[in-house]
Ligand binder design. Structure first.
Ligand SMILES: Cc1ncc(COP(=O)(O)O)c(C=O)c1O
Length: 418
């Protein structure tokens, strides 16, 4: 009953070993109902997207109205209100330098477009040497070709796709004196080749939820600006309140050149992502030469249905107390998860905004652990060396406590299985 369908291929899964895939049939708030009517409290907000909880009535209403009127229309040569409204709303919640929004269909594609934008920015400025990116160890930016090339090389994909993937410069985040020196010398030695630095501000998410400080961000930004290198802030996971501010980079004094948004952009309802550029970037594409135009255009770009969901989702940050809810979640997670610090397999417990992370010495019996959480009535999906909670911001204190209790109860049992 919980086996994968024979015609389906699941993500990141060795299909030969995948023998347990619970079947979801409905969602509401922070709850997932399975086919057998078992209810799970959700600790992942569906890969960090459902920031307002599932099925928020205002988003559902907006989408229903949009689907009746115009679910889709091509964006080449046409425009529409949902896209125009959304571009305005996105630029309104970002610093004033961000004025231009390019819509795409997923986070990985947003990263691809941001990279093409950076390369072409230099080409249009007649700089032909800058064709590489500097990225960071533990970084994750997506699964398409360019995005993979700037992920942490130790993830395995670089070895697997060697010769096919573009080669980039990957270095450690400058989080201390020694790493600052190393980063500086890598940057100075390669500065004529580096088009942009791409980073996840404050939290490297899929690479293991590693945190860094706003000072680290500022150090990177200062060096980039001194050396004529662009900054791409990948806010796909951190954007829309997750770290306690609307965007993670808001907490530092950096102003990137390009920002990638995705995931929570539509409140977890439908795929949409955006690349937002400053006028400095946009203006480099304006000329009398058609070849200077940005050469990208996905078929479902700026899909009106997705834009209508995103417009309502952004409004909800104004009309409902989302950032206060994030603050409350942070407090509750800090309080409840500290009990894990003394467990023998745990090496670190860290919390930022609506994100709680328990890092273990070594992950083992992963399938057992995932199944155990489901049996216990929660949807928590450990990976790499982390067990984490990244819930909807509307989750109740009782629901968060159910999640933390489940972790606290299950870890000791899991430890005995080594
Ligand atoms: C920081 C970051 N960038 C990009 C992506 C890729 O987004 P998508 O899965 O929508 O392609 C992810 C996905 O986890 C991410 O966390």
């Amino acid at each position: 009953m919980n086996e994968p369908h024979p015609n389906l291929w699941h993500p990141y899964s060795q299909m030969r070993n995948l023998d347990y895939v619970p079947k979801a049939k409905a969602t509401l708030g922070s709850k997932i109902t399975l086919e057998n009517n078992k209810i799970l409290i959700d600790g992942t907000a569906s890969w960090w997207t459902a920031c307002h909880g599932y099925n928020h009535p205002k988003i559902i209403k907006a989408m229903k109205e949009q689907i009746d009127q115009m679910p889709h229309i091509m964006f080449g040569g046409l425009t529409h209100n949902p896209a125009e409204d959304l571009a305005k709303k996105i630029t309104n919640i970002l610093p004033t330098t961000f004025e231009h929004v390019f819509f795409v269909d997923s986070g990985s594609v947003a990263v691809e477009v941001s990279m093409k934008m950076a390369i072409q920015y230099w080409v249009n400025n007649k700089v032909y040497t800058k064709r590489k990116f500097l990225s960071f160890k533990n970084g994750y930016h997506g699964d398409t070709l360019g995005a993979m090339s700037v992920c942490d090389p130790s993830e395995g994909m670089h070895t697997l796709f060697k010769g096919y993937l573009p080669e980039q410069i990957n270095t450690e985040l400058p989080i201390n004196k020694v790493k600052k020196e190393a980063f500086k010398s890598t940057l100075l030695n390669n500065k004529h080749e580096i088009a942009a630095i791409i980073l996840e501000p404050l939290v490297q998410c899929a690479g293991g939820f590693k945190f860094h400080s706003r000072e680290t961000l500022k150090f990177i930004d200062d060096l980039a600006k001194e050396n004529n290198i662009l900054i791409i802030a990948d806010e796909i996971a951190t954007g829309f309140g997750r770290t306690g501010s609307m965007f993670a980079f808001d907490q530092s004094k950096i102003i990137p050149d390009i920002i990638c948004l995705g995931k929570a952009l539509t409140g977890g309802t439908i795929s949409l992502a955006a690349v937002v550029a400053t006028s400095k970037i946009y203006d480099a594409f304006l000329s009398n030469n058609d070849d200077d135009a940005l050469m990208h255009g996905p078929t479902y770009m700026a899909n009106p249905l997705a834009c209508s969901a995103a417009n309502t989702s952004i409004d909800l940050f104004r009309t409902e107390p989302r950032l206060e809810q994030v603050k409350n979640i942070e407090k509750v997670l800090e309080d409840k998860l500290k009990e894990c610090k003394n467990m023998k397999s745990v090496i670190d417990v860290r919390v930022k905004g609506a994100l709680g992370v328990i890092q273990v010495k070594k992950m083992h019996n992963l399938n057992w652990l995932r199944k155990k959480f489901v049996e216990d009535g929660v949807w928590i999906r450990p990976f790499l060396d982390v067990i984490y909670i990244m819930p909807s911001f509307t989750i109740s204190n009782a629901e968060i406590t159910k999640l933390t209790k489940s972790i606290i109860n299950i870890i000791p049992e899991w430890e005995c299985k080594i």
